[in-house]
Design a protein. Structure first.
Lengths: 376, 376
């Protein structure tokens, strides 16, 4: 089928590697990924309702996308007609968790053998849904498909990269705008609200903001004020249609102290140095080791931390950077790269960037505002 | 314990009625309700991460709030110190679904008998979490506590009513503002974005907007335009900290037709008539019957529909208005009241209001904009 919006050959491969005969995806992000961007507009942000919550499924028997199906609720009928999805079978007899699972189980029963191995998303499949699947498919073996689906999504398409770039730019702009509202009495809760508002202005769903002001390690938005002379980090997440960015920038009300400047400069130095290793072919373990080595060369290494992890539809997805991994980076992978220092008199100094692996190196996404953001 | 933020006696009662020895709540809204407003700020809007998703628990053995506990993740430590919750035991060894469930199961094991009946939220407890609970508590009986928790929340406190009033007002204002942007070429997707933006301006989380323009029944925001002479309904949901409002208002680009005016007037007539029955003591069934009777008296009854349902932290919660229910309305209950007509030449004409039951009658919340909203 030519209208499949993901790499069907890769799906076959990852399912084969995991020993999975058919996959039943149900998390919002994986349903969106496998349908090619679709999700019930009513329940995308409001899953709960009545005695339970909404659930959709995409079912795909391995190697047979022509037998794939979608299960949703009756209220989606018109949306699905207006915005058709590629799946050959669209069943809207579901809706609430158990009901969707019964429909999905029944569709799957005619597509796999009685003792097949079915990959579900254990952390995203509600208990009543799981019980309904067990009733419909009493002899199959259920295994977790979460990592196989992470693997499927590891290499981002040009369209995905465009969305991720837009999100990263918008999150960085929102953070920079929030620093500007610094004034006497401003609380970290106020600042978080400004970030959320700024994201909304840019068509980005606000996800979170860590707001760490002054010599405190409290990162949750609160009634704590951002006072004159204090540094502030804003470490914020936002998304468009489940594609997210996670960025941290530093600000100060007035001039930062010499020590604060040093820590921030060391963040940037490491963040810039490590980018030279972000290119196709660098083994994950080498990236981790180079990050560690670069950190150790810094004056304040003892209170510092470096980490890199994949980001896309989930924070901490492929590439899963681990010291012992020999797997190489590939073009189209996207990383979240973080350097931070916790210093008791200054506070929590941190820079986090989104960096994509390109065919010949890297692309910093949302690089705005990496320098000090000085507020009045 | 005097600092319990909910009606502990009522919880005992609803658990006893359901034969539940201890409840393990895990949905965001019930965790928030039982903690008195707390939820991990990082995961409130971004539950997924890594190979799974975040999960919190509040566990309460029946009749023993002094043995209740909270389970969350390690990153919540400082937030919980800065914003302490009433629960006597706070365990942050959880985080991901299975891990939180293992911690919750272990805490519960020392608090209930081996063969106890445990109420969990089946539609909100992930499968891996459920399996971890089964491993920790191999001999207990798990039953669904969703309706018992609905029941616990049925009567809203003055604080809850204040939040619901604020949400309803803000949702109505956001809808009215969106109608004003009517112009040639405006799409229902544009209008939905304006509603979301306006809610954000008011500190309200956008949940959904049904946008039904002209003689079409497509309610999902799309590239469909709102053209001159067409009616439009905006049926939108928003929330603050899980307390939500759901409101529908009517607009028209230019003057609505005579038929459109008639249908809208009939909506208002029914919506106003039924309010006289919204007072303590009216049996649910009587409210439903009076709504049906009022609908039947209207000229366009044949294409009309009336429905009322409870709303609060969940759309469609107690009071569950059913024709055969003799249960009486009580002060502090909140209703969503809807009248609609589907007419093929006009479109979908609908008014939906939030109406609270007060000690001597009703309070319309967010009543702004019930008249025609005329755009250019």
């Amino acid at each position: 089928m030519s209208n499949v919006p993901f790499d069907a050959a890769k799906l076959n491969h990852v399912l084969e590697e995991a020993g999975i005969d058919a996959v039943l995806a149900t998390s919002r992000h994986n349903v969106r990924y496998l349908t090619g961007g679709y999700y019930d507009h009513f329940h995308a942000l409001a899953p709960r309702g009545g005695a339970g919550q909404y659930e959709a499924f995409v079912g795909i028997p391995r190697g047979r996308v022509d037998s794939a199906f979608y299960v949703g609720g009756g209220s989606e009928k018109r949306q699905l007609t207006a915005m058709p999805i590629w799946l050959p079978v669209v069943d809207v007899s579901g809706g609430p968790t158990g009901q969707s699972a019964a429909a999905a189980g029944s569709l799957l029963r005619s597509r796999v053998s009685e003792h097949a191995t079915i990959g579900i998303e254990f952390p995203f499949t509600p208990a009543d849904s799981f019980q309904a699947l067990q009733r419909e498919l009493p002899h199959v073996r259920f295994v977790d498909a979460t990592n196989a689906l992470h693997e499927l999504r590891a290499i981002k398409t040009a369209e995905e990269l465009a969305v991720l770039r837009r999100v990263a730019d918008g999150v960085a702009e929102s953070i920079v705008a929030a620093f500007r509202v610094g004034h006497d009495g401003v609380t970290t809760r106020d600042l978080s609200a400004v970030v959320a508002h700024q994201m909304g202005d840019r068509g980005i769903e606000f996800l979170w903001s860590f707001t760490c002001a002054g010599p405190s390690y409290l990162r949750a938005p609160s009634t704590m004020t951002w006072d004159r002379g204090q540094v502030l980090h804003l470490d914020c997440g936002g998304e468009i249609g489940d594609w997210l960015a996670d960025i941290c920038r530093m600000g100060c009300r007035g001039e930062p102290s010499t020590l604060a400047r040093e820590l921030h400069a060391e963040c940037l130095q490491l963040q810039d140095e490590i980018r030279r290793w972000i290119r196709p072919g660098t083994p994950y373990g080498e990236l981790a080791a180079e990050g560690e080595a670069a950190l150790r060369r810094l004056p304040h290494a003892a209170i510092g931390r470096f980490v890199a992890h994949g980001i896309g539809m989930v924070s901490h997805e492929q590439p899963m950077i681990a010291p012992d991994s020999t797997r190489p980076l590939e073009a189209g992978m996207v990383l979240s790269v973080e350097t931070e220092f916790l210093e008791p008199t200054v506070g929590h100094v941190k820079i986090e960037d989104v960096v994509a692996v390109t065919s010949d190196g890297y692309e910093g996404m949302g690089d705005l505002g990496r320098d000090w953001q000085i507020a009045s």
